[in-house]
Design a protein around this ligand. Structure first.
Ligand code: NDP
Ligand code: GDR
Length: 370
């Protein structure tokens, strides 16, 4: 039975990858940070009581900023594969916490690679590094491929650039099987609530149910190549099953503006939006309502731009060229953006219908102090 360690197991990709590896018969070890609240909502369905026999899903407390604990866990597990998904992954937050981001997102990968060297696992353990389209940053060419030069535009991207190159260096210096997946944005109903897609789908669901009036957004002109996280974790696994370790772009090849994503999401609840103005004066209004909407009326302003969400340096345009992955890995995305938007809005409608039902029945949900 193959053994894998996943850092970032409690995150969006960690949850989908753990499910994929369990389905393939792996023993999966997740590294989880200690938190004052339960933080395992995305993987509770995978949890197995450690007292049971033949447990194939195990959690270990740990942190990418702590070498000794990484060495101990890797020594104990002797993994065939490590997927380094752990990171402070929010680009805007990295401007607030640049040093921590460098430590966890950059040096974290070095700690894993050095642990493998110290433990004599260089030839046994294959490593996947969660690299990112943010490495391209300032637009130099589109679509962006493995050959496009990097120009990072945030402390997050600069930290990830270190992790990218240290993986390449250990591959060349020590013949390690280390791969970078340069993944473009990928989303799902499990996406963190403060990333733009999920922020929008949550707001659409809440507005449809009369639980929110308005949504404040940042730069509506940015364009992203969005795929589905379920498709993208398959590519991570495929990279580690190849004969040679290489780096791959994973993307759909289609780009969409934030504004158009918002329009698509509102359409899911029968609302057509129109945008007027530009920059901080730009607003989104309900143009027409075609479905039964208890809360939304034509003419209503539902989107406003708030500069607090602007980033000191922005990544304007991402479109990926995943030809190498299509050719070498046989990987192609199975979900379109339209499928993704539909699934995310439906999931958030479900979530907030349940929340509303409980609230209307007199049960407090979000916080006992509310
Ligand atoms: P999430 O933010 O959903 O999950 C990040 C995970 O990393 C969480 O489990 C988090 O734990 C954990 N983590 C944070 N800091 C540390 C630390 N110091 N030590 C150990 N674990 C830590 O991210 P995604 O699942 O979306 O992304 C997975 C990886 O892929 C990340 O590295 C991200 O940067 C990268 N990436 C993501 C893309 C995307 O579009 N989703 C695209 C390209 C790359 P906790 O739950 O405790 O916060
Ligand atoms: P990104 O994702 O920065 O691409 O990083 P995010 O969804 O945060 O932003 C995408 C774009 O939307 C614009 N934007 C807003 N973003 C947020 N979060 N909130 C807003 O209100 C808002 N309004 C406009 C942003 O300016 C940006 O241009 C994600 C993360 O998952 C990274 O970890 C990963 O490496 C990259 O994707 C690929």
């Amino acid at each position: 039975m193959k053994k894998a360690i996943i850092t970032g197991i409690t995150g969006q990709d960690g949850a989908y990858l753990a499910q994929l590896l369990l389905d393939k018969g792996y023993e999966v070890h997740g590294i989880k940070r200690r938190s004052s609240l339960f933080n395992t909502g995305r993987i509770d369905n995978l949890y197995q009581d450690p007292h049971e026999k033949n447990v194939r899903f195990k959690l270990h407390y740990g942190d990418l900023t702590d070498s000794t604990n990484l060495i101990r866990i890797i020594q104990e597990v002797q993994p065939d594969e490590i997927y380094n998904l752990g990171a402070m992954s929010h680009v805007q937050v990295s401007f607030e916490t640049p040093e921590y981001t460098a430590n966890a997102d950059g040096i974290g990968m070095l700690r894993i690679l050095e642990a493998l060297r110290l433990l004599g696992l260089v030839q046994k353990t294959k490593v996947y590094q969660a690299s990112t389209s943010e490495l391209y940053g300032m637009v130099q060419e589109v679509p962006q491929s493995e050959k496009t030069p990097f120009y990072p535009r945030s402390p997050y991207a600069v930290a990830k650039m270190y992790a990218y190159w240290i993986a390449v260096n250990y591959r060349e210096a020590y013949n390690m099987f280390a791969c970078n997946g340069i993944l473009f944005n990928h989303e799902s109903p499990l996406r963190g609530e403060t990333f733009v897609t999920r922020k929008v789908t949550r707001a659409v669901a809440k507005m449809h149910l009369g639980m929110q009036d308005k949504l404040y957004m940042g730069n509506l002109d940015a364009k992203r190549d969005w795929g589905h996280a379920k498709d993208y974790v398959k590519a991570m696994w495929l990279m580690l099953q190849q004969e040679k370790p290489e780096d791959y772009v994973i993307a759909t090849g289609v780009t969409t503006s934030i504004r158009d994503f918002i329009i698509m999401a509102f359409k899911e609840v029968g609302v057509e939006l129109e945008f007027k103005g530009s920059g901080v004066d730009e607003k989104g209004y309900v143009k027409s309502v075609t479905a039964d909407n208890a809360a939304l009326k034509p003419g209503q302003e539902v989107i406003a731009v708030d500069p607090r969400y602007f980033r000191p340096t922005e990544v304007d345009l991402l479109i990926g060229d995943a030809t190498k992955a299509w050719t070498n890995l046989g990987w192609k995305p199975e979900h379109t953006l339209a499928d993704l938007v539909k699934e995310m809005v439906a999931a958030d409608l479900d979530l907030f219908r349940r929340e509303k039902l409980l609230k209307d029945a007199g049960y407090t949900i979000l916080s006992q102090f509310e």
